[in-house]
Design a protein around this ligand. Structure first.
Ligand code: NAD
Length: 490
């Protein structure tokens, strides 16, 4: 593959006429692996027009025929899974095992969308009045676009793409400019599907390309995943332009550790949540609130697990934690650890300034455990997006829940306990859209919606499952009457 990534528009690979390209860097090796074009507005326009033209025919292709393309896509993704996973690792730094995991979830969304002939069924009532029936149909909205973040380069477009396609829409993917390579490979598979030109398209770029998408009159719906400031801005601009939008934002996910929790199991699960994917999951747990007597035992177990975690290049089998996305990100994370210290926190394990032998140029931050992070401070509220876990303490479950609810984000909250009553109280009262009970990464399966709340989500309908089906369809209600007297006699 050439280093200059291409756009895929109207069924053709096309080189962008962008004046500028951004280098894509392997964060584990610092090697320059590709260049992402900053596609200008004319190229977004070409894709949107091709999609609008394709939509006229595509929406009338029967749903059972549309899903045949998804069955084929699933097979191609299975056959190419290892290569796609390697590409994820090379561009975003996570371990190969983690990349395989994200590919599995991407494929799972394809599988779920294959149920669209049933999932998009409407409903009806006979005789709402004498001789009158009423029906509700679901129809595709037209052209939709998705704007992706860097941290799951394979999976996140698939929270939307299979549902948009299956419900009869045309769809444009704008990958992250930091990690655009895996979608290029995914579209090499899309190119083999034999879809009508314009149904699925890929346009590379960054903010200006996104703005052209948000302002384009032919694009009716926007799905976006990224940081909260970007999600908020994109949601506002899409809504101001009369578009339907769903924008998933950032996170700062807390976990309560109750004194009755099995500390060994909790530690094993939580260290993977906090330090897996180098802390760059929107469902990474980053704050541990110990309750009552859990403080000492958890601190001791977790310090040991933090020190033991193996950091390395994602394609090396032994690595448990890979690189963070960039040199800037590494510098920011290390600076924020310093801010925590200035707020009175104590690093029990300090991962700053360390190198992985053989990968000295890589952007690695080693797992870091901070104790005594003040609840009202900056670090308690800032999404660090790195392998840094903050410890806090509360005396009671109620106090812990109040701390969880006193924050802007609402992506995920978890509890570790042996008490069903405590778990039930937590599940009921906590202000978060994804809840884990003795689970460290409560990632909804593809047949459930990905339910972020508060500053972690702008919109009404989330990605995946029936929410995605509703998002990509409009309801049409038909009220009909057929008086017998009008019928011709045969
Ligand atoms: P980001 O916000 O920098 O970029 C996300 C996308 O938005 C990119 O495609 C980028 O080109 C575009 N973008 C960024 N700023 C923009 C602007 N001002 N105007 C228009 N477009 C803009 O996010 P990132 O660094 O790529 O990803 C990490 C973030 O994503 C973290 O905050 C993480 O929590 C979040 N995230 C959230 C979820 C979720 O489900 N809630 C999932 C994954 C990642």
């Amino acid at each position: 593959m050439s280093k200059h990534l291409l756009n895929y528009v109207n069924g053709q690979w096309v080189a962008s006429k962008a004046a500028e390209y951004l280098p894509v860097i392997n964060p584990g090796t610092a090697e320059h692996i590709a260049d992402a074009s900053l596609s200008p507005a004319e190229e977004v326009d070409a894709a949107a027009r091709a999609a609008a033209a394709a939509f006229r025919e595509w929406r009338r292709v029967p749903a059972p025929d549309r899903i045949q393309f998804l069955f084929k896509l699933k097979r191609l993704m299975e056959d190419n899974l290892d290569g796609l996973a390697r590409s994820c690792t090379e561009e975003c730094g996570k371990t190969h095992r983690e990349s395989v995991g994200e590919l599995r979830r991407a494929i799972e969304n394809v599988e779920v969308a294959c149920g669209i002939p049933m999932l998009m069924q409407g409903r009806n009532n006979e005789d709402i009045a004498q001789g009158i029936d009423e029906h509700m149909f679901r129809q595709p909205i037209g052209v939709a676009a998705m704007i992706a973040p860097f941290n799951f380069p394979a999976m996140i477009p698939f929270w939307f793409l299979p549902y948009a396609l299956a419900t009869g829409n045309c769809f444009i993917v704008k990958p992250s400019e930091k990690c655009p390579v895996t979608q290029q490979r995914v579209f090499e598979l899309v190119d083999q599907l034999g879809l009508p030109p314009g149904v699925l398209q890929l346009v590379n770029g960054a903010k200006d390309t996104v703005d052209a998408i948000l302002d384009h009159p032919d694009i009716r719906a926007i799905s976006m995943v990224g940081s909260t400031p970007a999600a908020r801005a994109i949601y506002a601009r899409a809504a101001a332009n009369g578009k339907r939008a769903q924008c998933q934002g950032g996170a700062k996910n807390p976990v309560l550790i109750m004194p009755d929790a099995d500390m060994e199991t909790a530690t094993r699960i939580l260290s993977d949540s906090a330090y897996g994917c180098a802390g760059q999951r929107c469902l990474a747990l980053s704050t541990g609130i110990t309750i009552g007597g859990a403080r000492e035992s958890f601190r001791e177990c977790f310090s040991e697990a933090t020190r033991a975690r193996r950091v390395g290049y994602g394609l090396d089998d032994s690595a448990e934690t890979g690189a963070v996305i960039s040199a800037e990100s590494k510098a920011r994370i290390e600076r924020l650890i310093g801010v925590a210290e200035s707020e009175g926190a104590r690093p029990l394990v300090d991962g700053r300034g360390q190198k992985v032998p053989g990968y000295e140029q890589g952007h690695f931050v080693f797992p870091t455990l901070l104790d005594g992070v003040p609840h009202q401070g900056e670090i308690a509220r800032t999404e660090i997006f790195g392998p840094v876990f903050s410890l806090m303490h509360a005396e009671t479950l109620e106090e812990g829940i109040a701390m969880v609810n006193d924050r802007a984000y609402g992506n995920m909250a978890c509890i570790f306990t042996a008490s069903g009553a405590a778990a039930r109280q937590f599940r009921t009262e906590v202000r978060a859209g994804n809840v884990g009970i003795n689970i460290g990464v409560a990632a909804p399966m593809a047949f459930f919606p990905f339910s972020g709340w508060a500053d972690s989500f702008f919109g009404d309908l989330h990605g995946q499952a029936e929410h995605a089906v509703e998002f990509f369809t409009e309801t049409k209600v038909v009220v009909e009457r057929w008086p017998k007297a009008w019928s011709r006699k045969f």
